[in-house]
Design a protein around this ligand. Structure first.
Ligand SMILES: CC#CCOc1ccc(CNS(N)(=O)=O)cc1
Ligand SMILES: [Zn+2]
Length: 258
């Protein structure tokens, strides 16, 4: 199979050939249906502490654009549905070629123009790769933020301003060390959906505690256009790099809000 992607000949419908777990019972993303979720008063507030990175790259890996520090720096996620501390690994985006599509998760069938994922790994593992392969839904914790078009996002501007430098697959740039990742997050990490799921890209491992925030972040139309200028490894616009929703099967989606 050609390397996986989102085109007709290598997209989500093909992924099961290399990753049979694609047809598993704990796959992501899903459609978050408000009439079927259950409020859980036991969900604690989430705390994300992101400290400045001295040497981080912003790169085009052919299927997304990704902020990737070279090694751990003590940025961590705790609380919410998580029993232990999780280390920050990377963040990346999924988006569409127009404002009616682009997010991976949906809310009552509604798609947002984009979705931002902050990937973290369970610190009881020796490494990120061990956490992916650790089995069960506590290997990784991914924060999902919907993006909608509105005001310019000043916190993401240092990143969206770098996009022209990583237009082509396989390119990367160094991110200025004064980039403040914490500023991307809302002041309080409240009102989220959480459920046990998987990576939404190969290897599709069912190792993820998903935490998807109800409140979208805003980005400007110009920032959305920057994403839409990114090219994938086939030389085509990368927009459309989202997996469609997967069956919920017998999973529960819990909410931190009523
Ligand atoms: C071992 C291994 C591996 C690959 O690790 C990843 C990590 C994150 C992702 C992105 N997946 S998502 N969209 O669910 O955050 C894909 C592969
Ligand atoms: Zn993702």
């Amino acid at each position: 199979m050609a390397p996986w992607g989102y085109e007709k000949d290598n997209g989500p419908a093909h992924w099961h050939k290399d990753c049979p777990i694609a047809n598993g019972k704990n796959q992501s993303p899903i459609d978050l249906i408000n009439g079927e979720v259950k409020y859980d008063s036991g969900l604690k507030p989430l705390t994300a502490k992101y400290v400045p990175f001295s040497d981080a790259k912003f790169l085009n890996n052919g299927h997304s654009v990704q902020f990737q520090p070279s090694a751990g720096n003590g940025s961590e996620l705790t609380g919410g549905p998580l029993a232990v501390k999780y280390n920050f690994e990377q963040f990346h985006f999924h988006w569409g070629n127009n404002d009616t599509e682009g997010s991976e998760h949906r809310v009552d069938g509604k798609m947002y123009p984009a979705e931002l994922h902050f990937v973290h790994w369970n610190s009881t593992n020796p490494s990120f790769k061990d956490a992916v392969g650790s089995g069960g839904p506590n290997g990784l914790a991914v924060l999902g933020f919907f993006l909608k078009v509105g005001a310019e996002n000043a916190a993401l501007k240092p990143i969206t301003d770098l996009i022209p430098k990583v237009k082509d697959a396989g390119t990367s740039v160094t991110v200025p060390s004064n980039f403040d990742m914490q500023a991307i997050l809302p002041a309080t990490l409240t009102d989220y959906y959480t459920y046990d799921g998987s990576l939404t890209t190969p290897p599709l491992a069912e190792c993820v505690k998903w935490i998807v925030f109800k409140q979208p972040l805003e980005v400007s139309a110009a920032q959305m256009e920057a994403f839409r200028s990114v090219i994938n490894r086939d030389g085509k616009p990368m927009g459309g790099n989202y997996r469609p929703p997967c069956p919920l099967h017998d999973r529960a989606v819990k909410t931190s809000f009523k």
